[in-house]
Structure formats: C-alpha cells, structure tokens
Ligand binder design. Structure first.
Ligand code: CP3
Length: 333
C-alpha cells in the first residue's frame, strides 16, 4: 500500500504531503516547457509533456503523491465549448450550445481526452511513482457549471442572472455529471489510484440551492468513485459547514481551505483531513512558515491527516520554500 492510502485506511499516521498545484508556474522547469507551449489546453493534451510535468515536483521534492497535470476545464473543452487561457486573466470560455452538447456521446468524449488517459498510463510506469499514488481529478459538477455559464472566473466578474434559469441549470448539471463520471472512470481505468473532486466555487451557492446544486451532484460522484473501490478526496472551497458537507457527501478525505479553523475541524470531523495551510505562508519567512506548519501538524496530531495547502501553490512561490516545507513535515515528531 501507499503512504496516503495507509493514512486514509487508518493503518498508520505517517507524515505525508503533496500540494495542490504542485506542478506549475512556480517551477522554472515548468515555465521552460510552458514558454514553448503557449496553448495551455494543447499542453494538457500532450501526453509526453503532461507526464513529464506531473513528475517534476516529485523529482525535486519527493512528494508522497503525484497529481496528473491536466485541468478541470478540459471537460467543457471536450463538450465542445471553447476554452482559452489568457495571461494574467485566467480562463475564457466560448459560447455554450446545449443542443450540440446533447449530441456528444461517451466515445467522442473519451477520444478527445485520450491524451490525459495515456499520460496517466505513462506516468504510472515511472520509477518516481513506485509505491505512491497518482491522483486523478475532476471539478465538481457545480464548479464546472459555474465556469460553463459564467465563461470566466467568478472572481473576475459574476454575470447577473446566470443562476436564475433553474431549468437550464438542472439540465446542464445532469449532462455534466454524466461526463464527469465517465472522466473519472477513464482515469481510474488508466491507473489513477485516488480521485480528488475540486469544488472551487462551492461557496458561491447558498440557501436551498446549495443542497441541490452542490451537495447532491457531488454525492453522486463520490458514490460513483466508491463503486470503483477508489478513495475520493473532496475540496469544497469557501463553504461554511464542513461537518454537514462530510455527513451528507461522505468522502474518504475532506480537504479544508485556509479560511477554516483547524481546531474546530479536528473536533467535529472523524474522517481523514487534508490541507488547510494558507499558501501565502510560502511567500513569507521560514520561521513564520515553520510556526504555521507546526500549528496544523499539532492540531491534527491524533487524527488521520494528509499535509497540503488550503488552495494551490502560488506562482510567485520560491521552490526553496517548498523544499523547506517538505522537510518540516517529514521531520515532525
Ligand atoms: O494540481 C496540479 O498540479 C495539477 C494540475 C491542475 C491544474 N489546474 C493546472 C493548471 C489542477 C488540479 C487544476 C485544477 C483547477 N483548474 C481548478 C481547481 C482548483 C482551484 O484552483 O481552485 C480550477 C478552478 C481550474 C481552472 C483554472 N485553470 C484556472 C482558474 C486557471 C488560471 C488561473 C490559475 O489559477 O492558474 C487555470 C490554469 C492552470 N491550471 C495553470 C495550471 C498549472 C496555470 C497555467 C499557466 O498559465 O501556466
């Protein structure tokens, strides 16, 4: 078994660590590849390069798991919605054509994303992954829906009225859920040993819609992953009640964001916990980083805990600080 799975199965409580966005812009070796590959989607669909990028942080830091280099927005891309990444702005999605989406069948979808699955197969064979997990992932249905309707990050601008059309939302959520299941299944078949569900915009929904749009569709995915005998990690960013989320959605692991009080989580939640540290601490001093890493490790000392951040590694992070972080976690007693 791998260290992460031993931790999840309560067999042991090793000091294990991987980071969201561990492969990415803070690494000079990633930036070198990226500068020659200006189309981000094409880069994700280049099986040789995406496998190489996946392994970059493992070679440097010896993380306990790899996460496949890809993006949650490959799903709208495979559903025929144009996805572009604009420098210093983020994703821009094209027009949404529901009738066209209805015409897409599973084989078309799988074929379009086959480079992702081939990259997973290729990465699995590398010696860096011996006895380590390869994490596959999807965006949660709600977060994918937000991007498909808003066509850009809601952080930039959240278009009014997009959440008014309940019929459209329900219709789209069903299609998204169907293809996310296929994407999960394909990743597991190719060799992904854990699935993480990113719900970056879970906090955007409120009131009754939260149950219908966030909890229910995610629970359906979680049950699907479980039916494949694969552990699932959920990362619902920005929600207020983690206990309720865990009770209803019931993943093996809950990944917490940096706004949550870790003490309260430790007291109220019994499943394996992941993450929490504010990625900004990697931009400060070593002593401040050390104190804050210790805080999380102390709070979760008697729990099953996977060290990670409360969101992805920031692009302006010094790789030396990441190296120091890994050392802190590994040497913690
Ligand atoms: O974690 C990893 O190292 C694996 C790869 C990965 C990427 N994106 C690569 C990436 C993963 C797991 C994601 C998930 C993802 N993608 C999420 C969920 C997590 C989160 O950040 O909330 C979201 C919302 C997206 C959509 C997306 N992709 C955005 C909003 C952006 C632009 C802004 C940003 O955060 O970088 C991307 C681009 C992207 N995805 C980059 C990388 C390495 C940067 C590409 C570049 O400009 O070089």
């Amino acid at each position: 078994m791998t260290v992460l799975q031993d931790c999840i199965n309560k067999k042991s409580n090793p000091n294990c660590i991987w980071l969201m966005r561990q492969a990415g812009r803070y690494l000079p070796e990633f930036r070198k590849i990226r500068s020659k590959n200006l189309n981000f989607i094409n880069l994700c669909l280049n099986e040789r390069l995406s496998s190489e990028i996946t392994l970059q942080p493992l070679k440097r830091f010896g993380f306990d798991a790899a996460i496949i280099f890809s993006d949650i927005l490959l799903v709208p891309h495979a559903l025929g919605q144009n996805v572009k990444f604009k420098k210093n702005f983020g994703p821009i999605l094209g027009n949404l054509n529901i009738d066209e989406i209805h015409k897409i069948n599973g084989d078309d979808f799988t074929k379009k994303l086959s480079p992702v699955y081939n990259a997973i197969k290729k990465t699995k064979l590398s010696r860096e992954l011996k006895n380590k997990d390869l994490i596959g992932f999807v965006g949660a249905p709600w977060t994918i829906l937000v991007y498909m309707l808003n066509k850009k990050s809601p952080k930039k601008k959240c278009l009014k009225n997009i959440f008014r059309d309940n019929k459209l939302i329900n219709n789209l959520l069903k299609i998204i859920e169907k293809f996310l299941k296929l994407h999960i299944e394909n990743q597991i078949k190719s060799g992904a040993t854990i699935i993480q569900i990113f719900d970056s915009w879970a906090g955007l929904s409120n009131g009754r819609d939260y149950e219908k749009y966030v909890l229910e569709p995610t629970k359906n995915l979680v049950n699907f992953v479980k039916s494949k005998n694969t552990p699932v990690i959920c990362f619902p960013k920005g929600i207020s009640d983690y206990k309720k989320y865990v009770d209803i959605v019931s993943p093996e692991v809950i990944s917490i964001d940096y706004d949550v009080n870790p003490e309260q989580i430790a007291k109220s939640i019994d499943i394996t916990i992941q993450g929490g540290l504010n990625p900004n601490f990697l931009l400060g001093s070593k002593s401040e980083l050390k104190n804050n890493v210790k805080k999380y490790l102390d709070v979760f000392k008697n729990k099953q805990y996977i060290f990670n951040l409360g969101h992805g590694v920031l692009p302006n992070t010094d790789p030396n600080m990441v190296e120091y972080l890994v050392e802190l976690v590994k040497n913690y007693k």
